[in-house]
Design a protein. Structure first.
Length: 299
C-alpha cells in the first residue's frame, strides 16, 4: 500500500509475513527522487517475470517518476528524462496507470498531456521509450476528458495491450495494441445494450478474465450505478451491474421471477468492429425488493 505525506514523500506499508512494516521510499531509494506533486496520482504494479516492484508518481513539473525495488533495494528513475522519443510532461491533474505485459516482459506507464492525448512510457527490456498513443492509433481517437481517469491492462490470452479512458461526453474509449499496431474503439458506441455515459468523476477499471478469454471495463453512471462493458470473444456488450444484482437478489429471495427479454443483432468476429448493433432490454422487477445503494463518483 502506497501513499503521499505532506512533503510529497512516497511511503509504503507492506506485510512481510511477520507483520506490517513501513518504508519511506523517497528517502530510502537511491538516485535522489524529488517529491511528488501535491495531490498527484500514485500507481504501483509488480513485474512477475523479474520479481520487481514499481511505484510511479508525478513531480510538480509533470515528469513521470518510478521508484522500483530490484531485489537489492529501492532505486529511482525519472522516466520522462530517460525515455527515448521526447515525451512531454503530464498535465496537472493527469491520471497515471502502470501495468506489465508478461507475454513480452515489458513495463508500461500511461498519462495524459495538456491536449488530452494518451501517452505511454514503456520498457522493452533494454530502454525506456515513448509513444503518443492518441497520435499513432488508427480510428481517430478523440482527446481524453480533462482530469479523467486512465486504466491499462494486458490480455495474456491473446498477447494484447489495452488502455481505457473517458472523453468529455462520458464515452468509454479503448486504445489497444493487437500485436502489429495501435487501434481505437469507442466502446460506448459499439457495445450491445445501449450503455449510458459515465458520470462526472467516474473511475475506470479494466481487466482480463484469462479463464474464459474475456475483457471487462467498469464505470459509474451519473446515478452511481456500476456498469460493465465486456468483450465475449465476438462482440462488446453492456451490463448494468447494479440492476442485475437487484434482479438476482430478488430471484434468490423467492420473489416473483424477473423477466428479461434480450434481442441482439450481432455481426463481426473482430473486437470492436461490430456496427449497427441494437439490443432491446425489457424487465419486470419484483414488486418488493431491497434496493442496493448506488456508488458515488468521486468529486
Amino acid at each position: 500500500m502506497n501513499y503521499l505525506d505532506a512533503a510529497g514523500n512516497v511511503h509504503e506499508l507492506h506485510n512481510d509475513g511477520s507483520g506490517w512494516q513501513h518504508v519511506n521510499l523517497t528517502t530510502d531509494a537511491s538516485g535522489s527522487p524529488p517529491p511528488a506533486a501535491p495531490g498527484g496520482p500514485l500507481d504501483s504494479y509488480s513485474t512477475e517475470y523479474n520479481s520487481q516492484q514499481h511505484v510511479n508518481y508525478l513531480d510538480a513539473a509533470g515528469n513521470v517518476h518510478e521508484l522500483y525495488n530490484d531485489g537489492n533495494g529501492w532505486k529511482h528513475n525519472n522516466l520522462t528524462a530517460i525515455a527515448q522519443g521526447s515525451p512531454p510532461q503530464a498535465v496537472t491533474g493527469s491520471a497515471l496507470d502502470g501495468y506489465e505485459t508478461q507475454f513480452n516482459s515489458q513495463q508500461h506507464v500511461n498519462y495524459l498531456d495538456a491536449s488530452g492525448n494518451v501517452h505511454e512510457l514503456y520498457y522493452d527490456g533494454s530502454d525506456w521509450r515513448h509513444n503518443n498513443l492518441t497520435a499513432i492509433a488508427s480510428g481517430s481517437p478523440p482527446p481524453a476528458a480533462s482530469g479523467g481517469p486512465l486504466d491499462g491492462y494486458s490480455t495474456e490470452f491473446n498477447s494484447q495491450q489495452h488502455v481505457n479512458y473517458l472523453d468529455a461526453a462520458g464515452n468509454v474509449h479503448e486504445l489497444y495494441y493487437d500485436g502489429s499496431s495501435w487501434q481505437h474503439n469507442n466502446l460506448s458506441q459499439i457495445s450491445l445494450g445501449t450503455p449510458p455515459p459515465a458520470g462526472p468523476g467516474s473511475p475506470l477499471d479494466g481487466y482480463s478474465s484469462e479463464y474464459n478469454g474475456q475483457q471487462h471495463v467498469n464505470f459509474l453512471d451519473s446515478s452511481g450505478n456500476a456498469h460493465e462493458l465486456y468483450y465475449d470473444g465476438s462482440n462488446w456488450r453492456h451490463n448494468n451491474l447494479a440492476a442485475l444484482a437487484i434482479l438476482l437478489a430478488g430471484k434468490a429471495s423467492g420473489s416473483p421471477r424477473p423477466r428479461i427479454a434480450i434481442t441482439s443483432a450481432v455481426q463481426g468476429p473482430t473486437p470492436g468492429r461490430a456496427s449497427n448493433c441494437r439490443r432491446a432490454l425489457s424487465q419486470s422487477l419484483p414488486a418488493s425488493r431491497t434496493t442496493l445503494p448506488s456508488a458515488r463518483p468521486a468529486t
